[in-house]
Write a protein that binds this ligand. Structure first.
Ligand code: NAD
Length: 278
């Protein structure tokens, strides 16, 4: 396996472009899944307080024997904790659950325009405290639209290092990605496989057959070549290994373009402008 590329964030910190997501992995299965991923060469884990499995992620990283500095760990603020004191308490809880004294990246999970008076700017300023303290090496946001990012831009000091958004061949997110590129905000594509929905697409199937790769590998490779950061989820060891095995081939520009043309602006998850956090 060729090595996983790194991306340098706008604050100089480095993130592996490829990692492992643990959304909807039951706590009792999480440590084993993360162990499989680490053994397969993954060095970047994406979790969240709301996934309920931070402790098991921490357990697997600790048991791996890898140095803390060799595994990039992201977590995210609970939707219940946007008020600054609640955010401080939640962040302490995240570090404790993971059993670490810093996370590599901490995100506001959703903008939540209808909660806490939609005041995610105060929430962001609280994340800036964690960043200054060094307890979050980088801070960022998730599910932010350009108008949310513009509001932060005008009213805060630190530019988010990343924006983690739903993105896959059926939701290419051209506008948000262009805005992020313009402002040096790295894009992380969540549900990079569209939760599996894009894998039966005939265009992807045809490209996969020609490349001698699986549809999942082709889609993940498409993300990598677009420059986004991805962390597919699977609890099946065979798929965990298959998903990381994408650094020994390249899609042509025409293939990348054909996959991008599959866009239907079709979300598998909530609309960030409407999502109330419930
Ligand atoms: P995904 O696109 O990674 O799809 C996962 C599903 O695809 C699996 O459950 C499995 O059914 C299938 N799959 C995986 N590998 C496969 C393979 N090789 N062949 C065939 N099928 C395969 O979806 P996801 O888990 O929703 O997203 C990945 C990660 O993104 C999450 O684990 C989480 O870390 C993050 N995420 C973040 C947010 C957010 O709001 N910030 C929301 C959802 C997910």
């Amino acid at each position: 396996m060729s090595s996983i590329p790194n991306i340098t964030l706008n604050n100089g910190q480095v993130i592996p472009q490829f990692g492992f997501g643990v959304f909807q992995i039951e706590p009792k299965r999480t440590a084993a899944a993360v162990r499989t991923a680490l053994e397969a060469g993954y060095r970047h884990i994406d979790t969240a307080e709301m996934y309920g499995n931070e402790a098991e992620v921490g357990e697997a990283v600790a048991a791996s024997g890898l140095d803390r500095g060799d595994v990039f760990i992201t977590s995210k603020l609970s939707n219940e904790a946007h008020e600054p004191d609640a955010a401080r308490e939640a962040f302490d809880g995240t570090l404790k659950a993971l059993g670490v004294d810093y996370v590599d990246l901490f995100l506001i999970h959703w903008p939540l325009p209808t909660r806490y008076d939609g005041d995610f700017v105060s929430t962001w300023k609280t994340l800036e405290e964690f960043y200054r303290e060094g307890r979050a090496r980088s801070i960022g946001v998730s599910n932010f639209q350009p108008q949310h990012l513009r509001r932060l831009h005008g009213q805060s000091d630190v530019i988010p290092a990343v924006n983690q958004i739903e993105a896959h061949p059926y939701l290419t997110q051209d506008d948000v990605r262009a805005f992020c590129a313009q402002h040096q905000i790295a894009v992380e594509a969540w549900s990079p496989l569209g939760k599996g929905t894009v894998l039966d697409d005939p265009v992807i199937g045809r490209i996969a057959e020609r490349a001698g790769k699986t549809p999942a590998q082709v889609v993940l490779r498409w993300h990598i070549q677009r420059g986004d950061i991805v962390f597919p989820k699977s609890v099946t060891p065979k798929r965990v290994k298959e998903n990381i095995d994408i650094f020994d081939f390249e899609l042509s520009g025409a293939d990348v373009n054909d996959i991008s043309l599959l866009n239907k602006n079709e979300r598998t998850g909530p609309d960030p402008d409407k999502f109330t956090g419930k």
